[in-house]
Design a protein around this ligand. Structure first.
Ligand code: PLP
Length: 462
C-alpha cells in the first residue's frame, strides 16, 4: 500500500542513509513536516513511530526525535554479492508486509480479547468459514468442520505421519526425491517408508499399483504442483489415475499443494477435486505465497480422522496462534489476497523463464540436464556422474553462489549424490545469468578435477 506515511518514511530514510541527516541530529518537528507535506500530524507521528520501530530514529520525551548512531539497519545491508539459489522463502520484495500490518491492526480492533485468549483447537471459526470460500475457488469443496488451521503445513505432515488411519495400514509412500520435511518426520517417528521414483515425466503408474497392492500403504504423500525439489507437476489425467488406484487399494492420498496458487494453468485441478469425500487429505500453506512467519497451514481431513487428529493437535500446541488467523481472515475477505497472488504469479513465472533461458544458454550446450517447470520455486540440475553435489555446493560458495545439495531429499535406498536444487524465489533477477554461468563453469571444473575446495559453513533450509 503506497500511503503518504510510507512516502514520508522513505524520504527520511533516504536522508539518513545518504548522510543528509547525520547520527545524533534532531529530525524536523512533527508540526513542520505536517505543514511541508500538507498532511495531518497523525500521519507524521505514524511515520516517526515506524522509523523508530525500524531503529532509524529514537525519541527523547519532550525533546523530539533523533537519528540513531548506527544508521545502517541490517535489512539494508547490500546482498548484491550473494547469488542465492538456496533460500526457499518468498521473494522479500513481494512479501505483503504493509497490507498485512493493516489487517493485523484491523483484526485487533475487531476481535479484541478474543484474538488473545485460548481459542478453538481446529482454528478460528470465522477464518475457517472464509477458507471454505477461498478453497471453493480452487476446486476444493469442503466445510469448516473438516478444516483445520495448523502452525504451517509442516505441522499437518508431522501429525499425519504417525497417526493411525481408518484403513488400518502402517507404511507411507513418498516420491523420490521429495520435500525434506516429510523425510525427516518419517525418520523421527520411525515409520516405515517406501519410495517411488519421480522424474519430470512423472511416476510409473504400474509401479504405483504394485506398491499399493503389496506394501500395506497407509498414505501416499504427493506434492502435485511445482514439486520440491524437481518442480514437477502432474496432469489432470495422472491425478485422476492416482485417485482411482488409491480407491482400488484403500490407500489415502496426502496432497501437499503448497505452490498450487502459482499455477498459471487454470485448468489444472488439485487431486482433491477427483475424490472430495475423504480419500484425499488436502494441505495448503500461506508460507511460500505470503509470509512464512504467519505459520499458517490448512488441512482438509476425512471425517473419520478428525477426532484423533484433534487429540494430536491438542497435545502438540493446543491451537495455532490466533493473531495471524484473525489478520489472514481479513486479508482474504477484503480481496487483498487476490491482488497479491496475481502479482506474485507473474513475478515467479517471469523469474523462472529467465532462469530457464540462462540454463538453455549455459547448461544445454554441454548436455547437462535440468528440470524445466513453467513456474514455481524449484528446479534441479542433474550432475554428470564424476561430480558430487556436495563438492559442487562447496565450490560454488567460493564464488558466493549458493545452491542446495538434494541428497537429504532421498530415502537411503534411493539416495543419489548428483542432484542439486535451485530455488529461484530469493535470487536477484540481475544475478541469474551470472549464477547459472558460474554453476556451468564449476560443473566443468569439477568434472575435469580442476578445482580446490575451501569449505564455508552452510545452513539447513527447507
Ligand atoms: C513441499 C513443502 N511442504 C511443506 C513445507 C513446509 O511449509 P510451512 O510449514 O511453512 O507451511 C515446505 C517448506 O519448504 C515445502 O516445500
Amino acid at each position: 500500500m503506497d500511503t503518504k506515511y510510507s512516502q514520508i518514511m522513505n524520504e527520511i530514510k533516504e536522508e539518513i542513509t545518504n548522510g543528509t541527516l547525520r547520527a545524533g541530529t534532531k529530525i524536523p518537528s512533527i508540526r513542520y513536516l505536517s505543514e511541508k507535506y500538507a498532511c495531518s500530524k497523525n500521519t507524521i507521528i505514524k511515520a516517526y513511530n515506524e522509523l523508530e520501530k525500524q531503529h532509524y530514529i529514537y525519541s527523547i520525551p519532550k525533546s523530539g526525535f533523533f537519528v540513531v548512531n548506527d544508521v545502517t539497519p541490517s535489512q539494508d545491508i547490500p546482498t548484491t554479492q550473494r547469488v542465492d539459489f538456496h533460500s526457499a522463502g518468498p521473494d522479500k520484495e513481494a512479501m505483503p508486509y504493509e497490507d498485512f500490518q493493516h489487517c493485523v491492526n484491523q483484526a485487533i480492533d475487531l476481535y479484541k480479547g478474543e484474538l488473545f485468549s485460548y481459542s478453538h483447537q481446529q482454528g478460528f471459526l470465522s477464518l475457517r468459514k472464509q477458507l471454505v470460500k477461498h478453497l471453493q475457488d480452487r476446486q476444493v469443496f469442503t466445510t469448516p468442520e473438516r478444516l483445520f488451521v495448523l502452525s504451517g503445513s509442516q505441522q499437518a505432515i508431522h501429525l499425519l505421519v504417525p497417526l493411525p488411519f481408518p484403513n488400518g495400514k502402517s507404511n507411507i509412500l513418498i516420491e523420490q526425491p521429495t520435500y525434506f520435511g516429510i523425510v525427516e518426520s518419517i525418520r523421527l517417528h520411525n515409520v516405515k517408508a517406501f519410495g517411488i521414483e519421480l522424474t519430470m515425466k512423472g511416476i510409473n503408474l504400474e509401479r504405483l499399483e504394485y506398491i499399493f497392492r503389496h506394501n500395506d500403504i497407509k498414505f501416499f504423500y504427493v506434492v502435485p504442483r511445482f514439486q520440491n525439489p524437481l518442480g514437477h507437476s502432474y496432469s489432470n489425467e495422472e491425478k485422476r489415475k492416482i485417485v482411482e488406484l488409491a480407491i482400488k487399494y484403500d490407500v489415502y492420498i496426502v496432497e501437499d499443494d503448497i505452490l498450487g496458487d502459482l499455477d498459471t494453468n487454470f485448468k489444472s485441478d488439485p487431486i482433491f477435486t477427483y475424490e472430495p469425500t475423504g480419500r484425499v487429505i488436502y494441505i495448503k500453506s500461506f508460507s511460500k505465497i505470503m509470509l512464512p512467519g504467519l505459520r499458517i497451514g490448512v488441512t482438509v481431513l476425512p471425517e473419520l480422522l478428525i477426532n484423533n487428529f484433534l487429540r494430536h493437535k491438542f497435545s502438540s500446541d493446543l491451537f495455532s496462534a490466533t493473531i495471524s488467523q484473525g489478520a489472514l481472515e481479513l486479508y482474504l475477505k477484503n480481496g487483498m489476497f487476490n491482488g497479491h497472488i496475481e502479482r506474485i504469479r507473474k513475478l515467479y513465472s517471469t523469474k523462472m523463464e529467465k532462469v530457464q533461458l540462462a540454463c538453455e544458454l549455459y547448461l544445454s550446450p554441454q548436455s547437462y540436464n535440468y528440470t524445466k517447470p513453467d513456474t514455481g520455486f524449484y528446479l534441479c540440475i542433474y550432475l554428470p556422474k564424476e561430480v558430487q553435489a556436495n563438492r559442487l555446493v562447496v565450490a560454488l560458495q567460493q564464488e558466493n553462489v549458493f545452491v542446495d545439495d538434494a541428497t537429504r531429499m532421498y530415502l537411503p535406498e534411493f539416495q543419489k549424490e548428483n542432484l542439486i536444487r535451485l530455488c529461484i524465489s530469493q535470487v536477484d533477477e540481475a544475478q541469474i545469468v551470472f549464477g547459472i554461468k558460474t554453476i556451468a563453469k564449476y560443473i566443468n571444473l569439477l568434472k575435469n578435477q580442476e578445482v580446490r575446495l575451501v569449505e564455508k559453513p552452510n545452513h539447513l533450509f527447507l
